[in-house]
Design a protein around this ligand. Structure first.
Ligand code: IMP
Ligand code: MG
Length: 181
């Protein structure tokens, strides 16, 4: 596949992503055998990962969607989290997995995790495609993590810069001049 002209390099190619997504789905299928699970997709970054992941999970899966704002335009965290769109059902007594695109500072997920935990699920786990541990500002770990990435701003496979590049099938790093535009 041709490299997008705004990308400096590919960090994780499409085949590697698909392979890892299948591995995580198999892990979840094993861990939750005989149970049903509610998968919550965080909009919009996790959409690609979520859609691929649920296809490979061999369980009774239900889906819901939540949107929170943590970043404005740009690449740095505000630390402030707001729920823009909540899930559409109570989760008390359910086995719940929150699916994220990336754990960066951890602020967004920490907030989301505590909010959902307060609603009394039977269990609550975190599944994230990417993890940038160097950037962490709060104590938080993903239960299922696709790839650890270095401290670089990444785009593609759901992740955006100013709402662009979400549709790329790989994860990559933008050329410096893209930010100057
Ligand atoms: P956190 O609250 O700092 O952990 O960041 C959470 C959100 O920021 C993620 O769900 C992403 O939407 C966004 N984000 C963090 N790092 C990146 C990145 O490298 N590329 C694109 N989006 C990112
Ligand atoms: Mg974003």
């Amino acid at each position: 596949m041709k490299l997008h002209p705004d990308l400096e390099k590919i960090l994780i190619d499409e085949a590697s992503i698909q392979q890892r997504v299948k591995e995580i789905a198999a892990e979840i299928t094993r861990d939750y055998a005989g149970r049903s699970v509610l998968m919550i997709c965080t909009l919009r970054g996790a959409v690609m990962f979520f859609a691929d992941l649920v296809k490979y999970i061999d369980l009774d899966v239900r889906m819901d969607f939540i949107a929170c704002s943590s970043y404005g335009a740009g690449t740095s965290s505000s630390g402030e989290v707001k729920i823009v769109k909540d899930i559409s059902q109570p989760i008390a007594g359910l086995d719940v997995i929150v699916v994220e695109d990336i754990i960066d500072t951890g602020h967004t997920l920490k907030y989301l995790y505590n909010m959902l935990l307060n609603r009394g699920p039977a269990s609550l786990k975190i599944c994230s495609l990417l993890d940038k541990p160097e950037r962490r500002e709060v104590e938080l770990e993903g239960d299922y993590v696709g790839f650890k990435v270095p401290n670089e701003f990444v785009v593609g496979y759901g992740l955006d810069y100013n709402e662009k590049y979400r549709n790329l099938p790989m994860v990559g790093v933008l050329k410096p001049e893209v930010y100057a535009k």
